[in-house]
Each structure stands twice: as C-alpha cells, then as structure tokens.
Design a protein around this ligand. Structure first.
Ligand SMILES: [Zn+2]
Length: 143
C-alpha cells in the first residue's frame, strides 16, 4: 500500500476495519512504516513524500461561483488569478478543479486565502484531501 505524505502528514485507512488515523511529523527519510491498528490488523505501507514541489499550471478552477485560473500549485496550496470575484485575507473558500491525467480526477479542496496582491491570491489548503484525490494530485505534481 502506497501513502502520500503531504506537509509531513498522512492519514492511514485500515483496510480491515476502515478506521482513519492521522500521522504527523513524517520526515523525507521515512520510506516505510508498519502500523498496527486497534483491530489487530498489521499493515506495512510505503511512504512517498510529495510536499515541496510547486509547478506552474494553466488550469481553470471554480472558487465559489466564479471561474479562476490556477497559476501554480503545490501539495498544500495554490496561486490563483481571479479577475471578477474578489477574496479577502483569511477567507475560507472551496476550490474545485479537474486534475489532468488519464483519469481526470475532480479535486475539491478547502483553502484559506493567505495572500492577496491585486487579482492574484495565495490559497493554503486547510483539509486533507481524500486518498484518491491526494494521490492524483501527487502524481500531477511529480517533477
Ligand atoms: Zn483496523
């Protein structure tokens, strides 16, 4: 089983009982982990760190009711351009976009506006994406 470490953390989902457990403070040197769940299931997993890459994009996303451009993104954030809708510092927004790739996975992220410069906004993700979305985004961000 492969898990993607984003921002030093990942959420383990037990394949036997379905319990979720978040692990934090993961270092890039950590490549594997053996996790024993409360239910007794023992899982050996591989860890892949995808946290520092920032790539330039030209992806159209929807934030609120408006279309915006994602100028670049990293595992934990986005830089967007919005000509119409204005956002304020500290505002929480939902951003939806289609992750390029053969499966075109829709990504639904919740972010906080952390930077405002004219029509350019910095967004920081404040949720953990579901595993499939996190995985798709991780592959997309891979250099
Ligand atoms: Zn379990």
């Amino acid at each position: 089983m492969e898990y993607y470490v984003v921002g030093g953390s990942f959420t383990f989902i037990c394949s036997k009982c379905g319990i979720l457990k978040k692990f934090e403070g993961i270092q890039p040197k950590h490549k594997t982990a053996t996790i024993t769940c409360k239910c007794g299931n023992c899982a050996r997993i591989n860890l892949t760190v995808r946290c520092q890459f920032r790539i330039d994009t030209e992806i159209i996303a929807v934030v609120g009711d408006s279309e915006v451009y994602i100028i670049n993104m990293s595992a934990r954030g986005y830089q967007i351009a919005s000509g119409v809708e204005k956002f304020t510092l500290g505002q929480e927004v939902d951003i939806s976009w289609l992750c390029p790739g053969k499966n075109q996975i829709p990504i639904h992220d919740t972010c906080k506006i952390v930077n405002v410069s004219q029509s350019i906004y910095g967004l920081k993700s404040i949720i953990d994406l579901p595993h499939s979305q996190n995985k798709a985004k991780g592959f997309f961000l891979m250099p």
